[in-house]
Every structure is written in structure tokens, then in C-alpha cells.
Design a protein around this ligand. Structure first.
Ligand SMILES: Cc1cc2nc3c(=O)[nH]c(=O)nc-3n(C[C@H](O)[C@H](O)[C@H](O)COP(=O)(O)OP(=O)(O)OC[C@H]3O[C@@H](n4cnc5c(N)ncnc54)[C@H](O)[C@@H]3O)c2cc1C
Ligand SMILES: *[C@@H]1O[C@H](CO)[C@@H](O)[C@H](O)[C@H]1NC(C)=O
Ligand SMILES: *[C@@H]1O[C@H](CO)[C@@H](O)[C@H](O)[C@H]1NC(C)=O
Ligand SMILES: *[C@@H]1O[C@H](CO)[C@@H](O)[C@H](O)[C@H]1NC(C)=O
Ligand SMILES: *[C@@H]1O[C@H](CO)[C@@H](O)[C@H](O)[C@H]1NC(C)=O
Ligand SMILES: *[C@@H]1O[C@H](CO)[C@@H](O)[C@H](O)[C@H]1NC(C)=O
Ligand SMILES: *[C@@H]1O[C@H](CO)[C@@H](O)[C@H](O)[C@H]1NC(C)=O
Ligand SMILES: *[C@@H]1O[C@H](CO)[C@@H](O)[C@H](O)[C@H]1NC(C)=O
Length: 608
């Protein structure tokens, strides 16, 4: 009894205060895709201590998260979704758009649509070419492969569903599992043939470095368990017992604590709240703070910590620690919209806004059936596919506008990179997908009626905007202004994309399979009517980049190729914020690769 008392005294007196007073080698802010990839790799070295602070909880096991067919059902659920909104979009009829972002261990990979894709190598090389040596595609692709493990389909299943791949272009041993959905709806059956008929060639494997064309895509699903393989399932759960790694959930970081002795600014730690208490966590003298809070919260945290544009910080009474005007500027978001059709054959499976919960959970017990459905019908097309002979004039007009327009040299350089991509004819300017279900919001679906929805998505909009704080209160979301449709070019391409989708719906097998167009419906005909539909019912594709760009500092950069925040000694950013240009892909695989590479840079395994 006595020894127990003594022991517990020591436990309280020594262990608890020690762990509170601990200084960390790495503090990672945000446990999303980047944060957990880093946490895993940095804690492989058992001599390094790693702390992850995540504002949300652990949700990988929640059925709504884990069951692939429930995708979309957690949007707007504030347990898992920050529930941001944009500011009223000046160039999009004043519309305010929802701006969902995941909250919880796994970040947005908890609530996203599981789409697994890769950009073309040329796009990554373009990012390297802006002044980021070491970030060439040949390097980054190796890290994308390191992160993932692809499960091959059976030959029968592949043949029946047009699944083609080149095995050597997929990862074989990484933590992030991906596979073709176990259930592929017959509504996607005519996809490849119809797109071929419209001049879009089949891509044998869109992961090989050129993703232009049409193909059936895999998803971030663990083939064995048939569960969503989010960043927590892949990179945290398997190593959660490492004693040098501590992950705090429901721990929201308020700001970084900095000191500016001897020139460069250093972070000494961060301030966070947990269960109503404000706590300080410190890094040791060689330690680092890594921001992986995503494209919205990372610029907010930098600004709240005095790192940013003095014109934003000073009016709010924030002392400028590092003057870095690029923070929160140069934001680029992809804009998407959808067109829905009734299916003539009501035996074909489709879902209603992906809210499958009342449906057929029984078959999920055997890991089959509609709960294992994913989005498979993918395509990326160049502008001439969408705009035909109008392309050259439109592009020439935009190129002139860039040359003579009121843009900074950096903005011009970035826009001209997009122009180069268009001229190459080899870059997927527009993505079109086929979703086996009802996924538009103008009309209500009819009970028992089945639907197919096509989405159109501008991959490389010329419009750009900003994300900035408007308050020193960290609970107030920053002003998100993607500047949708600021550039008329984007308006023209969006309208032409909707018309192209209508062509798909009347081509090949879709001609028989599809009945009436529900949204927007055939009374939407003129360009003005089409634009009104797109701007009213479209929105973010959730792929925001550029709020803490990796660029030379004199080009508005926030981080160096080492991902160090300029003017600081030990603050890095590793998340979607760092990409200075869009990519023509759902960004997860790129971001896992970026994070793998970042871990090697931080550990000194590679130098860039
Ligand atoms: C609805 C939706 C659908 C998508 N669909 C796809 C898809 O199908 N395929 C694809 O490839 N990509 C998709 N994406 C995009 C992809 O999921 C994101 O680009 C990616 O997750 C971004 O990773 P990140 O590390 O930058 O941020 P996140 O993964 O969002 O992680 C950021 C984390 O930081 C935490 N955090 C933020 N602020 C703080 C703070 N102050 N303190 C502590 N923690 C904090 C957040 O809670 C979050 O967990 C989708 C995204 C969304 C939102
Ligand atoms: C929101 O998500 C949480 C966690 O998965 C779940 O428990 C809750 O039921 C969801 N709420 C709604 C309204 O779906
Ligand atoms: C500040 O950091 C940069 C790297 O970001 C380095 O080149 C420079 O020498 C540092 N300056 C001082 C005074 O430490
Ligand atoms: C949270 O704080 C409350 C009141 O301060 C306390 O009663 C409760 O035990 C705490 N919960 C946890 C999980 O620490
Ligand atoms: C309707 O779809 C089902 C399921 O895919 C299929 O078996 C059937 O042949 C289709 N019927 C017609 C008339 O096409
Ligand atoms: C656009 O793509 C199509 C199909 O991939 C191709 O035939 C065409 O040559 C491309 N256009 C240009 C300008 O390269
Ligand atoms: C900070 O903002 C939140 C959300 O708007 C609000 O609930 C809270 O009261 C604010 N805190 C302070 C100190 O103003
Ligand atoms: C603009 O939005 C208003 C509603 O706010 C709507 O009534 C109007 O039709 C829209 N106009 C266009 C051109 O989109």
C-alpha cells in the first residue's frame, strides 16, 4: 500500500509535470493528410519526439466516414467539417458558396470523395520552373509512389469494367491503400466509348505521367476491409503506439509563439486550447514548428502570429514579426458544377446525393454491393475538345490581356504558365466525371427514379483571389475570396463545358440509357441562362492552393523549396497552401507525395 502511494506520488510529481514541460523536436499543427504523413515519417527516428495538434477528433471508424458508399453524407456536419463559406463572390453574381474542409485526424481525407488521381508530369515541372529547384516531376513522382500501395483488380473484373493500368506506375508498399471500387454501377458503362466518340482517347494509365484522356479510376479504398483509407487509417493508426509520437485531438492551435533574437525569427512553440484550457507546447533548440492546417487555416495561423502582409496585420493591431506580403495571396481554386439526367433503366444502381444510409447496409456485411461504390468515370480534356475552333482566338485574346493587363510580374508569369499548358495541347484544362447518382441541387429528385450526373470542373482557372484574417479571434474564419470568374476566360470555358456535357449525354450508349435532363433542364439554353445556372448551383471543387506559395520571395513566395517560411529559422508549411499553381488532378496523391518529400527534406535525407 505504501509503495503504491509512493509510486503514485512519483508518477504525479515526476511523470506528469515532465510531460507537460517537455520540449519537442517537431510540433505539427493539423492532423490532416500532410500532418499525419509527416508525423509517421518523422517519428520513424525514435530519437526524435513529435507532437501533432489536431482540432477535431478521431473518426476513421465512424460508419458515415468509413463506408465508401456514404461519401458526401458528412458534408456540413460540424463534427467533421469546419463549415466555412466564401465571401460574396463579386464576379459570380454575389453568390456566397459553401467551402467544406475536414476536421479530425485525417483532415479532409475523412470527408472527401475518395478520388485517386495524378497530375501530368509537365504540370509539376512547371511548378519547379517557377523557381523551385528539386521539385521536378521525376522526383515528386517517386515520393507519390512511396506513399501508396495499389491493389490490382482481378482480370475478370478489370475486363468487365474497362479497368486498365500499367503496374510499374503504381506504388507497391506504401501505407495509403487504393483500389478500384468493388461496385461499379452500370450507369458508367457507356463512359469510355461515348468519350472516344467525342474525340477523347482512352488513357491506358493516367498515373503514368500524362493524364489527358478518359479512363476508369481507382479510389482510396482498402480492398480487403472495403473501408475509406483516410490519412489516419493509413499513416497514424498502424504506428500509434510509438512512444516518441504524441497526437492530441480536440486541440486547436491559436497561434505560434515566436522570438526574433539575432535576425531571423524562430518559433519557440505554439499556443493551443484543449477542453477550455490554454496550453503552451514548446520546441527544443533545434526543433521546428510545421504548419499543416490546410489552405484556409495555415495562412490564418501565420497572420495571427504576425507573419504576413503588414497591410492586413496592422489595421488589426497585430505586430508584424515577418513582413511577408505573399501570405494569403495568390489563392487559386477550381470551380465545379454538375448536370443530372434521369436513367431510362431503373434497374441500374444510382444513389441520391450519396445519402445511402437507408439503403442495403445488409450487403455491406459481405463487403459487396452498393455501399462499396465509388466514382470511376474520369476524363481530362484539352480546350480544343471543349471549344473546337474557337480555342485559338480565345487563348490569343487572353494572352494579350495578360501582356497588357493590370497584373504583377508574378501574376503574369503564373498565367503565362497556364497559356503554355494550353498551347501544348497536352494538359487537361477541364475535367468531366460521371457520378452514378443524383448530385445536383436545383431540383428535387423523384422517389424511385434513378439518375446519372456529369460534373464539369475548370482545372486551371485564370481567376485567383485571397484568404485573409479579418479578426484577431482565431475562431472567426478568415475571409475566403477565390475570385471565381474574375477572368472572363473562365466564364467562356465553363459555359462551353456544360454544352460539351450535353453532347456526352446524347452520344453512344448514353443516348439509350439517359432520359430527361433534370438540372439545369432544357429550358436553360442561352449562354446567360447557362452561366446563371453554373454560378448559382456550382461551387468549389475543394482543391484550393496558393495561400502560402512555394516561390522565390521576390515573386510573392511564402516558403522556400525547403518549405521554410522566409525570414524564419524553423517554421515550415507542408500542405496544399504551398502549391503555387493548380494541378489537373484531385490533389490527394500529389499531397501525400509532397509530404513524403518534405519529411525527407526535414530529416536531411534529401537536399533541394
Ligand atoms: C469535400 C471534399 C472533397 C474532396 N474530394 C477529394 C477527392 O475525391 N480526391 C482528392 O484527391 N482530394 C479531394 N479533396 C481534397 C483533399 O482532401 C484536400 O486537398 C487535402 O485533404 C488537403 O490536405 P491538407 O493536409 O492540406 O489539409 P487537411 O487534410 O484538410 O488537414 C488539415 C487539418 O488541420 C486541422 N486544423 C486546421 N486548423 C487547425 C488548428 N488551428 N489547430 C489544430 N488543427 C487544425 C484540420 O482540422 C484538419 O484536420 C476533397 C476535399 C474536400 C473538402
Ligand atoms: C455527424 O457526424 C458524427 C460523427 O460521425 C455523427 O455521430 C453524427 O451522427 C453526425 N450527425 C449527423 C446529423 O449526421
Ligand atoms: C535567415 O535564414 C535564411 C534562410 O531562411 C538564411 O539564409 C540566413 O542566413 C538567416 N539569417 C540569419 C541572420 O540567421
Ligand atoms: C474538461 O474540463 C472539465 C472542467 O474544466 C473537467 O470537468 C473535465 O474532466 C475535463 N475533461 C477532460 C477529458 O479532461
Ligand atoms: C437494365 O439494367 C440492368 C442492370 O444493369 C440490366 O441487367 C438490364 O439488361 C437493363 N435493361 C435494359 C432494357 O437495358
Ligand atoms: C486535344 O486533345 C485531343 C484528344 O486528346 C487531341 O487529338 C488534340 O490534338 C489536342 N489538341 C491540341 C491542340 O493538341
Ligand atoms: C471569437 O469568435 C467566436 C466565434 O464567432 C465567438 O463565439 C467568441 O465569443 C469570440 N471570442 C471573443 C473573445 O471575442
Ligand atoms: C443573381 O442572383 C439573384 C439572387 O441573389 C437571382 O435572382 C438572379 O437571377 C441572379 N442573376 C444572374 C444573372 O445569375
Amino acid at each position: 500500500m505504501l509503495s503504491l502511494l509512493v509510486l503514485s506520488f512519483f508518477y504525479l510529481a515526476l511523470v506528469v509535470p515532465l510531460s507537460l514541460a517537455k520540449e519537442w523536436d517537431y510540433i505539427i499543427v493539423g492532423g490532416g493528410i500532410s500532418g499525419l504523413t509527416l508525423a509517421n515519417r518523422l517519428s520513424e527516428d525514435s530519437s526524435k519526439t513529435v507532437l501533432v495538434l489536431e482540432a477535431g477528433g478521431f473518426h476513421s471508424d465512424d460508419p458515415q466516414v468509413a463506408i465508401p458508399g456514404f461519401l458526401g453524407s458528412t458534408l456540413g456536419n460540424t463534427t467533421l467539417d469546419w463549415g466555412f463559406t466564401t465571401v460574396a463572390q463579386k464576379y459570380s453574381n454575389g453568390t456566397t458558396y459553401a467551402f467544406d474542409r475536414g476536421k479530425g485526424l485525417g483532415g479532409s481525407s475523412l470527408i472527401n470523395f475518395l478520388a485517386w488521381e495524378r497530375p501530368s508530369m509537365a504540370e509539376i515541372d512547371a511548378i519547379a520552373g517557377l523557381g523551385n529547384p528539386g521539385w521536378e516531376a521525376s522526383e515528386l513522382f517517386k515520393y507519390m509512389m512511396k506513399a501508396e500501395k495499389f491493389t490490382y483488380p482481378s482480370q475478370t473484373y478489370a475486363k468487365a469494367n474497362d479497368l486498365t493500368y500499367i503496374a510499374s506506375d503504381h506504388g507497391e508498399s506504401g501505407p495509403l491503400l487504393n483500389s478500384y471500387p468493388a461496385f461499379i454501377s452500370a450507369a458508367q458503362g457507356p463512359w469510355i466509348e461515348a468519350m472516344n466518340a467525342l474525340g477523347v482517347p482512352h488513357n491506358q494509365d493516367a498515373f503514368s505521367g500524362n493524364n489527358l484522356g478518359v479512363w476508369m479510376a481507382p479510389a482510396t479504398i482498402n480492398a480487403e476491409t472495403q473501408t475509406r483509407w483516410d490519412a489516419a487509417s493509413a499513416f497514424y493508426t498502424p504506428i500509434s503506439t510509438r512512444t516518441n509520437l504524441v497526437v492530441e485531438t480536440d486541440a486547436e492551435v491559436l497561434q505560434l509563439i515566436t522570438s526574433s533574437a539575432g535576425g531571423n525569427v524562430s518559433a519557440t512553440g505554439v499556443l493551443y486550447t484543449k477542453n477550455g484550457t490554454t496550453i503552451t507546447a514548446n520546441v527544443n533548440s533545434g526543433g521546428e514548428v510545421i504548419l499543416s492546417a490546410g489552405a484556409v487555416k495555415t495562412p490564418q495561423l501565420l497572420e495571427l502570429s504576425g507573419i504576413g502582409d503588414p497591410r492586413i496585420l496592422q489595421p488589426l493591431g497585430i505586430d508584424v514579426t515577418v513582413s511577408l506580403p505573399g501570405v494569403g495571396n495568390g489563392v487559386i481554386d477550381q470551380f465545379f458544377f454538375a448536370v443530372s439526367y434521369e436513367l431510362n433503366n431503373n434497374s441500374i444502381f444510382s444513389s441520391l446525393r450519396f445519402m445511402l444510409i437507408p439503403l442495403s447496409l445488409s450487403s455491406y456485411a459481405t463487403k459487396t454491393g452498393i455501399c462499396t461504390v465509388g466514382v470511376s468515370a474520369f476524363s481530362l480534356v484539352n480546350l480544343s475538345t471543349i471549344l473546337g475552333c474557337e480555342t485559338d482566338n480565345l487563348v490569343a485574346e487572353q494572352a494579350l490581356k495578360i501582356d497588357f493587363g493590370d497584373y504583377t510580374e508574378t501574376e503574369k508569369e503564373r498565367m503565362n504558365t497556364i497559356i503554355d499548358g494550353i498551347h501544348s495541347g497536352d494538359v487537361g484544362q477541364v475535367e468531366v466525371l460521371g457520378f452514378p447518382g443524383f448530385f445536383t441541387s436545383k431540383s428535387e429528385p423523384t422517389d424511385g427514379q434513378k439518375y446519372l450526373t456529369f460534373t464539369g470542373d475548370l482545372q486551371f482557372p485564370f481567376s485567383f483571389g485571397s484568404i485573409h484574417i479579418t479578426s484577431t479571434n482565431s475562431s472567426v474564419q478568415p475571409a475566403i475570396d477565390p475570385g471565381y470568374f474574375k477572368e472572363d476566360f473562365d466564364v467562356t470555358v465553363a459555359i462551353a463545358t456544360l454544352k460539351f456535357i450535353r453532347q456526352i449525354a446524347t452520344t453512344g450508349g448514353f443516348k439509350e440509357m439517359l432520359g430527361a435532363e433534370l438540372d439545369p433542364g432544357m429550358d436553360t439554353q442561352t449562354d446567360a441562362e447557362i452561366l446563371e445556372y453554373i454560378q448559382t448551383y456550382g461551387g468549389t471543387e475543394y482543391h484550393t492552393v496558393g495561400s502560402a506559395s512555394m516561390l522565390p520571395q521576390d515573386k510573392g513566395g511564402v516558403v522556400s523549396p525547403q518549405l521554410l517560411v522566409y525570414g524564419t529559422r524553423n517554421i515550415r508549411v507542408v500542405d496544399m497552401s504551398i502549391l503555387p499553381l493548380q494541378i489537373s488532378a484531385h490533389p490527394m496523391s500529389t499531397l501525400y507525395g509532397v509530404s513524403e518529400k518534405a519529411a525527407d527534406i526535414i530529416m536531411g535525407v534529401v537536399t533541394v
